[in-house]
Design a protein around this ligand. Structure first.
Ligand code: ADP
Length: 173
């Protein structure tokens, strides 16, 4: 039996999960959207941890994931992954989005997280089509969970009502 996948509507910075995932950019130096919200509510410790990662490895590549403290947020960790920017599907965007989910889940397992919450990576500023992104997210998570994972629950956080419907449709199709 794989882990439970659940869709909720809300703000990921308020979610009580062992790890929440941030749709970061390669610089790890903060941006808008969910990244802006996480740094704003989580406080300066998250940025301090990001700076240590930058000093060590220069940032985070597209499809990869790193983690920091969650600072003032209710989660234990923030897993920062960098989604692909949508360029008409010509730049292996689906492959890289799948990698974001796989690498975030792998890191969560390494951190012994039982619960993890994801935003809809790449579907904001990075313009990934929402239906396709939802299908990729569900498939990547289901496939990963069918392997050797101790994660018990994956929460997909929809920020808008429309996104909730899209995720629920992908989950039940
Ligand atoms: P990207 O650059 O990867 O597209 P964005 O942050 O622009 O990242 O958007 C990713 C998704 O996160 C979008 O669906 C956006 O609506 C959503 N989002 C923005 N703020 C929050 C938040 N506080 N909690 C959950 N999801 C959010």
């Amino acid at each position: 039996m794989g882990a439970k996948i659940k869709v909720i509507l809300g703000d990921i910075t308020k979610v009580h999960a062992d790890a929440i995932v941030n749709a970061a950019n390669t610089s790890l130096l903060g941006g808008g959207g969910v990244d802006g919200a996480i740094h704003r509510h989580g406080g300066v410790q998250i940025l301090e941890d990001c700076r240590k990662i930058i000093a060590r490895q220069g940032g985070c590549r597209v499809g990869e994931a790193v983690y920091t403290t969650a600072g003032n947020l209710p989660a234990k960790y923030v897993i920062h992954t960098v989604g692909p920017f949508w360029k008409n599907g010509e730049m292996q965007e689906s492959y890289f989005l799948t990698k974001c989910y796989q690498n975030s889940l792998k890191l969560a397992d390494e951190l012994a997280c039982k619960t993890i919450a994801f935003p809809s990576i790449s579907t904001g500023i990075y313009k990934f089509p929402k239906d396709l992104a939802a299908q990729i997210a569900i498939k990547a998570i289901s496939d990963y969970m069918a392997s050797n994972s101790t994660i018990e629950e994956v929460i997909l956080v929809a920020f808008e009502e429309e996104d909730k419907d899209i995720l629920n449709n992908a989950l039940t199709s």
